[in-house]
Design a protein around this ligand. Structure first.
Ligand code: ZN
Length: 252
């Protein structure tokens, strides 16, 4: 089975500073995500955190990552612009998959990948139901028609994102609000999946269906393998295409 190199990146600040987050994720959100991804033998998983040298993502790590999973919130602004530029290039040109979790929506990196600010409304932690609204999608494999999370932070529409290329999951909250909770986009050669659950004081990363969805998303987002080498930049075409069929063949 082919190995997919996954890097789980976490800001890792809340869990070191705030008791409630520390109780939910004593060794950090990244370690919990790594633990369930490690159960998939097709995946080779490593972690990276903001306070490591080069934010944990020196060029050799970034360039050998097939799928980058990202959790950030309070320190989005500390991710250097140069690193953001490199990540966007790895997605667009290198085909690296990107899994954006929870509060990633309001980061400069998310905006750089998708072209909008990702603004949304939010509120108190409460019961949420995740609805599987595209069961034919690979990320929905093995996921029931709906499942409940007893405690998640309210995120609600309107969510100012580009229309998802594929909307896989919707959310309903006990206060009556709704949200596009699982969204896919194609960017250049790469793929991006946003998934809403994962507030630092909630225990959603222990939920078996959240784990299945993130694991499925890693497989979906792995780099494509086209039957040609993808050119970088804007190559000039000087020769007609060869061996192409006629544009229109009259059936009579
Ligand atoms: Zn949150």
């Amino acid at each position: 089975m082919k190995t997919i190199n996954v890097t789980v990146w976490n800001e890792f600040r809340h869990e070191r500073r705030e008791q409630e987050a520390k109780e939910a994720y004593p060794n950090g959100i990244h370690e919990v995500i790594k633990s369930f991804l490690d159960a998939d033998e097709a995946l080779c998983v490593r972690t990276a955190t903001l306070d490591e040298p080069e934010c944990g993502l020196p060029d050799d790590v970034l360039n050998s990552t097939d799928v980058l999973v990202w959790w950030g919130h309070m320190a989005h602004g500390e991710v250097p612009d140069e690193l953001i530029r490199k990540i966007v290039k790895r997605v667009n040109r290198g085909g690296m998959g990107f899994i954006a979790l929870h509060s990633m929506h309001c980061s400069k990196l998310f905006g750089a990948l998708l072209g909008t600010k990702g603004d949304l409304s939010w509120g108190r932690n409460q019961r949420e139901i995740i609805w599987n609204i595209m069961p034919s999608h690979p990320i929905a494999k093995g996921v029931p028609d709906h499942f409940a999370l007893d405690c998640e932070e309210l995120y609600c529409e309107p969510f100012y994102i580009p229309q998802p290329d594929e909307l896989v999951f919707g959310a309903w909250y006990e206060d009556g609000y709704i949200f596009r909770a699982g969204c896919c986009w194609y960017r250049g050669m790469g793929k991006v999946f946003y998934f809403q659950p994962g507030h630092e004081t909630c225990r959603s990363f222990y939920n078996p269906y959240v784990r299945k969805i993130i694991t499925n998303a890693v497989h979906w987002a792995m780099p494509a393998e086209p039957g040609f080498s993808v050119p970088g930049g804007y190559p000039e075409i000087t020769e007609p295409a060869t061996n192409t069929p006629a544009i229109y063949v009259d059936p009579d």
